[in-house]
Design a protein around this ligand. Structure first.
Ligand code: FAD
Length: 467
């Protein structure tokens, strides 16, 4: 049976995954992507699913890490983003990091080759036309202003925009490896890694203190209209962390634990800056956790104070970006449709999830919901005990609003075990778990339950589609 096409606006992480899911369900889809006709402030290419900053999908540990669990669920659900991420991974300790160009090219090629997908390059500069009866809007944190304005007018809610900061990338051959050394924290090999995947730059106490002082004094980009902007803690600019106290960085991205300086094994570094491979060739490394809103001149000067980076050349410096997202718990229904106009469904970071993987996961769900609606096969949302369900719950209703007049408390969030309903931790007779052991046992129990429940949900969805 042939179906009328669905439309997706935005060919990023969410839109690409949604297109794949819809087409794989046998429904034709038109994917509208504005690049290269119109670019965003962060995208550099015309490739679909371009990674705009870090090249990491974060931890791949499905047993004790919530994003690793989400990876596992997505793989089971036939995710294109995970398949291409796995195919283009670069070594990164316990994390899944990818060669950004190879990854984006592979996603683009797969979508272009699918017989049910057509790709239309052009901006949707307002509400989608009335004759598009089912649309997924996946235009991301940098939704073009014309569309953002139209959505804002439609919802009556102010789409909150605020700034995040991105980390610099360094040319490998400008790093002094007589000072820096390769090692993953605790020598963890992780998927596709060797246990020596990060470059580490050590600092002694005096160097660390001088560095923190320089960060505090360095000239920052200031955006008056965005002052008092609420950064979320996972993506704080390094100088904002420094402002929180002299020790904050040493306990955050510059923590020295699990690392031994190969050049001076008897000297414990006071702080360590880590760089992670950014491309398959190994010619570029990004500074882990070093997102910043320092001015370019100040960045180059201050980051060259880091031992090993004295002569560093930067392929890209850090910067600021806008982040636009909906007050989804109020605006969207349980299958991501806009209550005020149900022909529009939202996916990706614009719904208030955060991160490449989470955005793709919500794209996957939006695609499946839209395809099910088109084919007339009802699809119940995934159970809240799964990573898919927990994330969807956060977006469509799990968040408790602070309900202060004129303000809203809903903020973008990465997947985390705090979003899952409590679980009974299995007890071993005669053994009482405490502290870290107890926390790990709890995560294992949450993961085990999630994987069993997602298998059941996927099996059920498959049976319903076949009937
Ligand atoms: C500068 C920056 C740095 C980030 N750093 C990280 C990071 O390090 N790690 C991480 O996990 N996440 C990071 N994020 C968040 C990351 O962007 C998102 O998590 C992810 O890319 C969102 O996926 P998405 O599909 O929702 O949006 P995107 O991947 O941004 O895709 C949206 C697409 O829609 C297109 N588009 C926009 N408006 C229109 C329109 N009107 N018509 C047609 N097409 C349109 C855009 O060109 C884009 O291709 C960062 C975001 C930004 C902006």
């Amino acid at each position: 049976m042939s179906h009328a096409p669905l439309h997706i606006v935005g060919g990023g992480l969410a839109g690409s995954e949604a297109a794949w899911q819809i087409a794989e369900a046998g429904v034709p889809v038109v994917l509208h992507e504005m690049r290269p006709v119109r670019m965003t402030d962060a995208h550099k290419t015309e490739g679909l699913a371009e990674l705009v900053c870090s090249n990491s999908f974060r931890s791949d540990d499905a047993e004790t890490n919530a994003v690793g669990l989400l990876h596992a669920e997505m793989r089971r659900a036939g995710s294109l983003i995970m398949r291409m991420g796995d195919a283009h991974q670069v070594p990164a300790g316990g994390a899944l990091a990818v060669d950004r160009d190879g990854f984006s090219a592979a996603v683009t090629a797969a979508l272009e080759a699918h017989p049910l997908i057509s790709i239309d390059r052009g901006e949707v500069a307002g509400l989608p036309p009335d004759d598009w009866d089912s649309v997924i809007v996946a235009t991301g944190p940098l939704t073009s202003p014309a569309l953002a304005e139209a959505i804002r007018g439609l919802t009556g809610e102010d789409a909150l925009a605020f700034f995040d900061a991105i980390a610099p990338i360094v040319h490998f051959d400008t790093i002094d490896m007589n000072v820096a050394w390769f090692q993953s924290r605790y020598d963890k090999p992780g998927p596709g890694g060797t246990g020596a995947d990060y470059i580490n730059c050590p600092m002694d106490k005096a160097q660390y203190e001088a560095f923190v002082a320089a960060l505090l004094a360095g000239e920052k980009t200031s955006f008056k209209e965005w002052e008092n902007v609420p950064y979320f803690d996972g993506c704080l600019p390094i100088e904002v962390m420094a402002e929180r106290g002299p020790e904050t960085l040493r306990h955050g991205p510059m923590k020295p634990v699990g690392l031994t300086n190969r050049h001076k094994p008897d000297e414990k570094p006071y702080a360590v800056v880590q760089l992670r491979q950014d491309n398959a060739l190994g010619t570029l490394y990004n500074m882990v956790g070093f997102q910043t809103k320092l001015k370019y001149g100040a960045q180059a000067e201050i980051f060259r104070m880091i031992p090993g980076l004295g002569e560093a050349q930067f392929a890209r410096l850090g910067g600021l970006h806008r982040n636009t997202f909906l007050n989804s718990p109020r605006l969207l229904d349980g299958t991501l449709r806009l209550k005020a106009m149900p022909r529009l469904r939202f996916a990706g970071q614009i719904t208030g999830c955060e991160g490449y993987v989470e955005s793709a996961a919500i794209g996957l769900l939006a695609g499946r919901f839209a395809a099910a609606e088109r084919t007339g096969v009802p699809l119940t949302p995934p159970p809240p005990t799964t990573a898919f369900g927990a994330l969807l719950g956060h977006i469509t209703g799990g968040h408790l609003s602070a309900d202060e007049p004129g303000r809203r408390s809903f903020q973008p969030m990465n997947i985390n075990f705090g979003l899952f309903p409590p679980v009974e931790v299995p007890r071993e007779p005669g053994k009482r778990l405490r502290g870290n052991d107890k926390a790990i046992a709890r995560k294992r129990a949450l993961s085990g339950r999630a994987l069993a429940d997602i298998e059941a949900w996927l099996g059920l969805a498959q049976r319903e589609a076949a009937e």
